[in-house]
Design a protein around this ligand. Structure first.
Ligand code: GLY
Ligand code: MN
Ligand code: MN
Length: 468
């Protein structure tokens, strides 16, 4: 990631580190590496992006860096040393001398000193905390430091007795977004909304002019709008799916033609200073929904309205999903996608998960620094409450635990959809229609704030802007 656009006072990161220090206890030590650089091919790397946990606690975007926080609240950054020759080739390095003032940490050292320092830093701590199963090789490296410490027990060293998963406390902290994070997510949502509008308008304009449109033309519009507003990159691989491609859930923008009379599903959002947006709109390539397209579009939209209405502090994470499933399942019966004589009543469709043929994903996920953000989906205050049931479709035993209770400041997506692959008994007019409508919601006391509605969802409003 290049330097962020928005200057953030180092006190924000210091507050987060202090809170983490409190959570790991006075005698704990937390070790947080940033992400490695990733080779793309031969000597070309992928664009660098720091590790989300590391960036959340430091605001530091350079690779080959580590953060060590001790329970007394002291933070040390290990970073790349200054090196004029490497800086000529690869760019500026902050360096350990400038890091304490720039990052607001108590101390900074060269990354090359980490291995020499860590055994002494672990000596006498009760627990060593690090993100489990996140950084390949980290466990072995920590084992090496602990092994060196243990080799000196006869000289009085004390090994920590516990290794603990730092994702626990950090995920809880990241799950509730502070004012700075909410503001960034509003901006990211606004930029992405503009990009969707731009792609919709280009599609209609090119088709009206008789030009050939391909998925990559629309992808280029998205990228242009993201970067024009300072977004570092798309938050995930943009999905630009023309026609039947919309029924492939993880389709990527490619070369398929965007045809007059077909729908286009775009699922794309920018990342801004480390925070993701995640928006899906499904629009008619030429600017006008056909009858069957509009029928299913209105159904998905109604299910999204129901899910939005179910999203507020105090509700469960699963409430929006259940609300949207109810509307979608009823619509599938009404439109003949499901045969009442075969699948029974609405309640049967829900209990037997018959709707799964056309709606096979959940209605949302946490959103934050990562598009599928961290944070537990079960309610921590009810851990231990668990019931078992047999899944109607797979026959597998599922453990049901109470879903997370939503709190103000949590951010989630609301993204119902319907995907109609041709199959015996499925009305032909709906074949190959794939529709998803996805918005980003900040939970409030009384409902939610949709930060992605800079691009409309109503069918009439989409047609109007595509005429413009
Ligand atoms: N764009 C990924 C998702 O909607 O979950
Ligand atoms: Mn999503
Ligand atoms: Mn999405």
């Amino acid at each position: 990631m290049t330097q962020p656009n928005i200057a953030v006072p180092t006190t924000l990161y210091a507050q987060r580190r202090a809170e983490l220090a409190r959570r790991i206890g006075p005698h704990g030590v937390a070790i947080i590496p940033t992400a490695p650089e990733q080779q793309r091919n031969r000597d070309a790397d992928f664009m660098y992006r720091p590790d989300s946990y590391f960036y959340y606690l430091s605001g530091f975007t350079e690779p080959k860096a580590w953060l060590v926080i001790t329970g007394d609240g002291r933070s040390t950054v290990y970073c790349q040393p200054k090196d004029l020759e490497r800086e000529i080739w690869d760019g500026y390095r902050l360096g350990p001398d400038a890091a304490p003032a720039a990052l607001g940490v108590e101390a900074a050292l060269s990354s090359s000193e980490l291995d020499a320092h860590m055994p002494a830093l672990l000596d006498g701590r009760d627990a060593v905390w690090y993100p489990f199963a996140t950084h390949p090789g980290l466990e072995a490296r920590i084992d090496g430091w602990l092994g060196q410490l243990r080799a000196r027990v006869r000289y009085g060293t004390l090994c920590p007795e516990q290794q603990r998963d730092l994702c626990g406390p950090l995920d809880e902290m990241r799950l509730v977004k502070d004012a700075h994070e909410q503001d960034l997510m509003r901006r990211a949502g606004q930029i992405s909304a503009g990009a969707h509008i731009r792609a919709m308008q280009l599609s209609a304009r090119m088709l009206r002019a008789g030009q050939e449109v391909r998925e990559y033309h629309l992808d280029a519009e998205l990228l242009h709008e993201f970067r024009r507003h300072g977004s570092q990159a798309p938050a995930y691989g943009s999905i630009v799916a023309a026609g039947a491609n919309a029924c492939v859930l993880h389709y990527r923008a490619d070369t398929a033609p965007v045809r007059d009379g077909e729908l286009v599903l775009i699922d794309a959002g920018c990342e801004l200073d480390g925070y993701a947006s995640d928006i899906t709109r499904t629009f008619p390539a030429n600017g006008k929904y056909t009858g069957p397209q509009r029928t299913l579009y209105e159904l998905v939209l109604a299910s999204q309205h129901a899910a939005v209405a179910a999203t507020r502090a105090g509700a469960r994470f699963t409430d929006p999903h259940e609300a949207s499933v109810k509307v979608l399942a009823q619509g599938m019966l009404d439109e003949g996608l499901l045969d009442k004589n075969k699948v029974g009543t609405l309640q049967d469709v829900i209990e037997q998960r018959a709707y799964f043929q056309f709606y096979m994903h959940r209605t949302g996920h946490w959103l934050g620094m990562d598009v599928h953000d961290c944070g537990g989906y079960t309610e921590p205050s009810e851990i231990g409450t668990v019931s078992e049931r047999k899944d109607a479709l797979t026959g597998q035993t599922i453990k049901d635990r109470p879903a997370r209770i939503l709190r103000e400041g949590m951010v989630l997506t609301i993204e119902p959809g319907i995907y109609v692959r041709p199959a015996p008994g499925v009305p032909e007019q709906f074949h190959n229609i794939g529709i998803r409508i996805e918005d980003d919601a900040i939970v409030t006391a009384t409902g939610c704030e949709l930060v992605s509605r800079g691009v409309p969802v109503e069918a009439d409003a989409i047609e109007a802007l595509m005429r413009a």
